[in-house]
Design a protein around this ligand. Structure first.
Ligand code: ZN
Length: 126
């Protein structure tokens, strides 16, 4: 499974922040826009093949990650109680891989915020 599967997956759940982390802001918006166009034109013949490719890619991602253990606490990743999203969350910058929703809220988000603020602070003091 290549990186593209992960990018499709981020597009599918419209995780702009996750995409920015992967490919940078400019490309993230490009990917999101392209993904939306592909999905919107599902019935259009020209986009049919592209939709198939995206679906295949998402399936590959699902196969690789559903039912995985959280890379932070080691618990099985369960569907999000609110959104029903059955995959884990991107554990970056804490760990490489997928973490559960609990760790996402309690560990990863605070870590991202800390990183974000330290970057801001660096910018200000430069
Ligand atoms: Zn966890």
């Amino acid at each position: 499974m290549g990186k593209m599967s992960y990018i499709h997956y981020l597009c599918e759940k419209e995780d702009r922040n996750g995409l920015i982390e992967e490919v940078g802001t400019d490309m993230a918006d490009g990917f999101l826009e392209a993904h939306k166009t592909i999905r919107k034109n599902k019935e259009n013949k020209a986009y049919k093949k592209l939709n198939e490719i995206v679906d295949k890619s998402l399936k590959a991602y699902k196969k690789a990650f559903v039912g995985k253990d959280c890379v932070i606490c080691g618990e099985k990743i369960t569907p999000d109680p609110i959104s029903g999203w059955e995959h884990g969350c991107n554990a970056q910058p804490v760990e490489e891989g997928e973490c559960c929703h609990k760790c996402d809220k309690e560990v990863v988000l605070p870590a991202r915020l800390t990183e974000y603020y330290s970057r801001l602070t660096t910018k200000v003091t430069e």
